[in-house]
Design a binder for this molecule. Structure first.
Ligand SMILES: CC(C)(COP(=O)(O)OP(=O)(O)OC[C@H]1O[C@@H](n2cnc3c(N)ncnc32)[C@H](O)[C@@H]1OP(=O)(O)O)[C@@H](O)C(=O)NCCC(=O)NCCS
Length: 157
């Protein structure tokens, strides 16, 4: 899995980004946000195809993660799988790749922040993340509602 920013990887990530996120929550990043983050040098990504392996050159991806390394921590910024390919373990494989790559970079712990009631919570808990904090009303929900942000941690020590 590469960390070198390649324009076809941007295309592969954006193809998933545009289909995977519910527009109600405004969580999808645009191309500019993605390229800016990857140019900073401390953001990393991984891609998997439908067989849970790194896609070959020119092959479409089924899912991606995007993360940011700082000091001895790595934060999961986004993880997404194409809607038609969910429930087959691709998300779990992406989280495991994320953990492997972060450990190789020297991360002592992994962090992620989740909107409350996101169905991904079960996946995060299943892969070893535990909640460590809650910020009430942090996210906008449908019809003017506010939703808490829940921070999860996984120690790699
Ligand atoms: C979260 C997500 C990456 C999981 O991918 P996946 O390939 O289905 O994951 P797996 O097959 O390994 O595991 C399935 C788990 O995903 C979660 N899940 C299933 N459908 C989901 C959905 N529509 N939305 C969010 N999470 C879902 C559940 O926790 C499920 O676990 P369970 O079956 O034990 O209840 C995927 O559902 C997705 O892209 N969701 C939309 C984007 C998103 O919300 N990302 C997280 C915040 S950045």
């Amino acid at each position: 899995m590469t960390d070198i920013m390649q324009s076809d990887d941007i295309e592969r990530i954006m193809a998933i980004m545009e289909r995977a996120f519910d527009p109600v929550f405004g969580e999808a990043w645009n191309r500019r946000q993605l390229t800016d983050a990857l140019m900073l040098g401390n953001c990393h990504y991984g891609l998997l195809n439908a067989r849970c392996i790194e896609p070959a050159a020119g092959e479409a991806a089924a899912g991606f993660f995007l993360s940011r390394f700082a000091y001895d921590e790595e934060e999961l910024l986004l993880v997404a799988v194409l809607p038609g390919l969910r429930g087959q373990g691709i998300g779990e494989s992406l989280l495991r790749r994320f953990a492997e790559q972060a450990r190789a970079r020297g991360a002592q712990r992994l962090l992620l922040e989740m909107r409350e009631n996101n169905r991904a919570e079960h996946l995060y808990r299943r892969t070893g993340f535990t909640p460590i904090g809650r910020r009430p009303g942090y996210y906008s929900g449908p019809n003017g509602t506010r939703l808490a942000a829940i921070t999860f941690e996984l120690s790699l020590r």
